[in-house]
Every structure is written in C-alpha cells, then in structure tokens.
Design a protein around this ligand. Sequence first.
Ligand SMILES: Nc1ncnc2c1ncn2[C@@H]1O[C@H](COP(=O)(O)OP(=O)(O)OP(=O)(O)O)[C@@H](O)[C@H]1O
Ligand SMILES: [Mg+2]
Length: 234
Amino acid sequence: MIKMNKIGKIYNMGKNKYIALKDVNLSIRKGEFVAIVGPSGAGKSTLMNIIGCLDTATEGEYILDDLDTKCSDNKLAEIRNSKIGFIFQNYNLLSKISVLENVELPLEYMGIESKEIRKRAIECLKRVGLETHLKHKPVELSGGQKQRVAIARALVTNPQIILADEPTGALDSKTGQEVLEMLKDLNNEGNTIILITHDRDIAKEAKRTIIIKDGCIKEDILNDRQVKEVSICN
Ligand SMILES: Nc1ncnc2c1ncn2[C@@H]1O[C@H](COP(=O)(O)OP(=O)(O)OP(=O)(O)O)[C@@H](O)[C@H]1O
Ligand SMILES: [Mg+2]
C-alpha cells in the first residue's frame, strides 16, 4: 500500500540546507499497525507529513496505493482527502463549531449529501462513545474526549490509512491507554494504522516498530524480532 524508495527531505534555510530525511526505504502493507519511533528532531513528523501527502519529498519516490505522489497539489490533496485520516497530538479541532460539525467537515469537502453526512458523523461518534456530546464545543470536552472526536473525524471518510502523530502525547497515561486501545480495535477491524511516538512503551503496542534517528531508518522490528537490517547514516 505504501512504498517509499530512497525518500529524502531537504529543508532550505537561507544559504543552509538541512537534511531531515535521507534514503528512507519503507513498505507498509494494508492492515498493518506500525509505530514510528525516534527522539525529538529525528524526522518523524517530516516522514508522517510525506506519508500523509501533506508535504512532498525532495528526493526519491513515494507510491501510495499504486499512485505516484509526484503530482499536482490538487491531485495530492485529492489523494490525501480520500485515503488518509489524521490524528494529531493537539487534536486540531475547530473550536467554534460543535463536535458533530467537526466530524462532518471532512465529508463536506467530498460533496456528499447532507443527510448522509450527518448519519455517518453520528455513527463515527457512537463508535468512539461520544453520541451524548454531539452538540458540545471542543472547549467543553476533556483531553481524552477531544482526541476521541479527532479519531471519529479521522474515521468518517473511511480512509485506507490512519496516521496518528503523538496521539497520546497530551494525555495522562490512563486516557492515553484508552486512545491506544481504540487504535488497536480499529486495526483489528482491518484498518491500517501508522502511529508516531517518541515513547518505546507505546510503540510496543503496535505490531511493528520502525526506529528513526537523524533522518534514517535504523531498525525495523516485528514482534520483537528484527526483520531488516537497514542502512546506517554517515
Ligand atoms: N519547515 C522546516 N524548516 C526547516 N527545518 C525543519 C522544518 N521542519 C522540520 N525541520 C527540521 O527537521 C528535523 C526533523 O523535524 P521533525 O519535526 O520531523 O522531528 P520529529 O521527529 O517529529 O520531532 P518531535 O518528536 O520533536 O516532534 C528537525 O531538526 C527540524 O528542526
Ligand atoms: Mg514531531
């Protein structure tokens, strides 16, 4: 489903260049639950933004679901909206609209009929146990509830991949565990999950762990067994 070949990302900073990713080769199949782990500044979010078609690589090839992501911005947005659901550390909910409207939003961009939009948004909010909070504003929710709204919003388009960048980072450990259990359930139902974290204990909950450091993949581990020895940065 995801195939990256020698992906590199260089940020231009005035006269200087910063290499955030270098020679990343990565394949992820449908239905996997992958954790991407590494210290701050390792390149995790940079990689997530490329996987999620929010940004493009400066080097290499990224094929998503047989589509080459080297395409126009409009096409890239179309791929992103139809294939990816995002969950962020800081929830990224719109504060002025209700829980229900937040979850409806991604469907509105897809030109779906309003009755159907409402039905699907309510279904997803039921799925995360928030059917009693449809009319609340995000500010009236706890952190865990906000993240559950974000999960519902990620699910509502029925995406092929759910990308979560530090989804438990702002939560206490119990609430974080609940969010993690929800992601595990979604994976058991066949969803492909890519979880970004700097916490090795959280990463252990996934089925596969990819360790990234200094913009390179250092290890790729499946159920505590090393499956691949990968190129080491200079
Ligand atoms: N827009 C940008 N311009 C210049 N450098 C950037 C930009 N975005 C990220 N970087 C640099 O690229 C490197 C990787 O950043 P990235 O955000 O991917 O790290 P991360 O692994 O997600 O870290 P964290 O755990 O702190 O979120 C960092 O050194 C960062 O300073
Ligand atoms: Mg990050």
